[in-house]
Every structure is written in structure tokens, then in C-alpha cells.
Write a protein that binds this ligand. Structure first.
Ligand SMILES: [Zn+2]
Length: 389
């Protein structure tokens, strides 16, 4: 196998405290050796072993490829007008999802797949090398299974979200829709997904419904995650912790008991600042979660309605500026935190044996991701050892 070294990196984020300084395991004047699809060696540039190829990365820094653990990319249509209206003073409601459901049902397989490929390529150019994505805009047995099949052509991290909203076809029979989601739809979808998710929120699914949905999914071997406490206080976070969800996502409205529950569990609090940005909503209090000892991840929530960004650097900048995370915490949350939210140990770190996913910045430090917001600093991306951008 071919070996490649990135040498003379001004700074390297490993996310392994045993390899360098602080929680990020920072190494100054560093080198990384890639062997095939794996990281083979990291350390000071002066001690790097000989390799087949070398990239002189002087003046630049590297960090693990971003792990975006929450997106909704299998969709048709566009919601420019809704965004424009909202920015002109109208409040966001979960019902906007119905617009995308109609457009998604009307789209061909080819159109949906091309759309996923388009946004994945966009994310990759911005340094994202692991991507989760969900169904949730089909809301029929056939359309949900189709969405998962298409998602699975592009990523291994596929989530069944038949319980995004109650299907408009069941507007007068939400209990009947829960039966569908936990019955025939689950049967059709479980073979194509790793995860099950539910939007636990007023106007979507209440605590009892969410519990029934996640429990049914677990019985079929799917791992739970949950959209929790985004628009209001509610039972979502506690339910996620109770069911050992890998992640409770949004966490914008939390009681002290919710924060305690997260801090004393293996459930990651995944914060999605793109959603608050794009809906002019209250920011989640990352500082409160971190100070309590909860594990925090950052993700884009990329979707056409409430957060149409694929940019993890943008989310890092928001988290630092508006959610009181330090640059180190935000970078950890966007890499190792995301990996933990997907219960992965092979990504989100640059350590020997890890998958060779690496983002090179045209900047001397990862701090520049927040210090220089909106600037395209990503100058190279390696995924599974292959330079892809
Ligand atoms: Zn979401």
C-alpha cells in the first residue's frame, strides 16, 4: 500500500490527549502518515518516518474530518419563499415540512439521489468526511423505504425518520399513523437503516408516541436517536436518555433535570446552531451543558426548511460566537463529538489505526475556523486515505 505523509503542519488536532497537549491532543510542527485508508503514524515532523509521497503543509493546520451526525438530505423541492417570508417576520412552525413532503413524493429516484450527491459533495469540500442522513419527507411506506435506499447509496449512517411529522394523509388519525410507523413502514424500512429517530415536539409526536416508535425500532435492531426539546420544553431528552439514545438532538429548551440526565448518561447532546440561526430562535446553552459534564456534539441539521447549510465551519463559528463554546470545545464537538453521537470510534480522531479522514486548513490553527468566519479555509480533504478535495 502507498504511504503518504503530511509534514511540517504548524498544528495538528488529534483528539487524543495522550498524543499531545490538552483535550484536543494538539501537536505543534507535526506530521501525519497515511497508509492505505488508515492513519499509520502521528508525531513531530522531525521524527516522521520515510514515506512514498509527502505533502509539505508548512503554515497550515490539520484536524480530523468533520463528523456531521444530523442531516435531512433526501428531499425534493426548495423552500426559498418560506425562508424569505420568515426573515420578513413570520414564525417558524413544524408544518413547513409538508411542503417538502409533497415535493419529495413527486421527485424521481434519480432526482433525489442527485440531490443527496450534490449536498454531500458540497459538505466534503468543507471538510465533512462522515455524514448521517435521514428519511422523513416521504411519510408513506414506499416513499420512506425509497428515501433510505437512496441515502444508503451515499452513506452508511442512515436513519429512519418516518416519525418526522404525522403524515398529512393521517391528519385526522395520528394514532393510525403511529401504527403505520411502528408496523408496515418499520418492516419496509428497517433493512435499509442503522438508526431510528422521532421528532418529539408539540405538533409532531408526544412522549408516549415517541416512546412507542423508538421502542418498536429497537426491537427491530435499530439504534435510537431523537429530535428533542427544539421548539419547547418537553419529554424528549429524558426519553432519549431512558432509551439509551446515542444522541438527543437540538436540546434548545432544557430544564435542570434534562441537563442532569444528559450529564449522567451516554447520550450526546447534539446542538444544531444552523437551525437557530435560520429561524432566528434562541440559542441552545452549550456552556450550561458543558459545565454540567454533558458530552456535546455540533451538527448542521442540513435540510431545506430550517437550516439549509452543509457547513460545519459555519456551525463552529456560531457555537463559539453565540453559544459560548471555546474554539477548542467547538472543534472537538464537530469531530470527536459527532463520532460519539454516531457511536463510532474509527472517525473523529487522527490517531494510529483510525480511518484516514483529515481536513487541511489554510490557516496555522483550528482556532481560525471561528476567528475567520465565512472564509473558505479548507484547502484539502482526505477521506479513507484518498485526497477528495
Ligand atoms: Zn433534524
Amino acid at each position: 500500500m502507498t504511504t503518504t505523509a503530511l509534514t511540517r503542519l504548524t498544528q495538528l488536532v488529534t483528539n487524543d490527549p495522550s498524543l499531545g497537549e490538552g483535550p484536543l491532543g494538539l501537536i505543534q510542527d507535526a506530521a501525519v502518515v497515511i497508509d492505505g485508508d488508515r492513519i499509520a503514524w502521528v508525531g513531530p515532523s522531525s521524527k516522521a518516518p520515510a514515506t512514498d509521497n509527502a505533502v509539505d503543509a508548512s503554515g497550515r493546520s490539520a484536524l480530523p474530518g468533520f463528523v456531521d451526525s444530523h442531516s435531512h438530505l433526501v428531499f425534493g423541492g426548495d423552500r426559498t419563499q418560506e425562508f424569505n417570508a420568515r426573515m420578513s417576520g413570520r414564525a417558524y412552525e413544524a408544518g413547513g415540512i409538508r411542503t417538502t413532503v409533497a415535493a419529495t413524493r413527486a421527485a424521481t429516484d434519480e432526482q433525489l439521489s442527485a440531490n443527496v450527491a450534490h449536498y454531500l459533495a458540497e459538505a466534503l469540500r468543507q471538510g465533512t468526511t462522515t455524514f448521517e442522513t435521514k428519511s422523513g419527507y416521504g411519510l408513506t411506506v414506499e416513499d420512506e423505504a425509497r428515501a433510505l435506499r437512496i441515502a444508503g447509496e451515499h452513506t452508511d449512517e442512515v436513519t429512519y425518520l418516518g416519525a418526522h411529522i404525522v403524515s398529512p394523509d393521517y391528519a385526522d388519525d395520528p394514532a393510525g399513523y403511529v401504527d403505520l410507523v411502528t408496523g408496515p413502514m418499520l418492516d419496509a424500512c428497517a433493512p435499509h437503516a442503522r438508526w431510528i429517530d422521532v421528532f418529539c415536539e408539540k405538533g409532531a409526536f408526544d412522549g408516549d408516541q415517541a416512546r412507542a416508535i423508538l421502542t418498536a425500532g429497537k426491537r427491530r435492531g435499530l439504534l435510537p436517536r431523537i429530535h428533542a426539546n427544539q421548539l419547547s420544553y418537553g419529554p424528549g431528552v429524558q426519553l432519549g436518555v431512558e432509551l439509551d439514545a446515542a444522541s438527543a438532538d437540538h436540546c434548545t429548551h432544557l430544564t435542570d433535570a434534562d441537563v442532569d440526565a444528559l450529564a449522567n448518561s451516554a447520550t450526546v447532546a447534539t446542538l444544531l446552531p444552523g437551525a437557530e440561526f435560520s429561524t432566528r430562535a434562541t440559542w441552545p446553552d452549550a456552556r450550561r451543558l458543558l459545565d454540567a459534564g454533558a458530552t456535546v456534539a455540533l451538527s448542521t441539521d442540513c435540510n431545506p426548511g430550517s437550516s439549509f447549510t452543509s457547513s460545519m465551519p459555519f456551525c463552529i463559528a456560531l457555537a463559539v460566537r453565540d453559544m459560548r463554546m471555546t474554539p477548542d470545545e467547538a472543534v472537538w464537538a464537530a469531530t470527536a463529538g459527532g463520532a460519539q453521537a454516531l457511536r463510532r470510534t474509527d472517525v473523529g480522531r487522527i490517531t494510529p489505526g483510525a480511518r484516514a479522514d483529515l481536513t487541511l486548513l489554510d490557516a496555522p490553527s483550528h482556532v481560525h475556523l471561528a476567528y475567520r468566519p465565512g472564509v473558505p479555509l479548507v484547502s484539502g480533504v482526505w477521506r479513507k486515505g484518498v485526497r477528495v478535495a
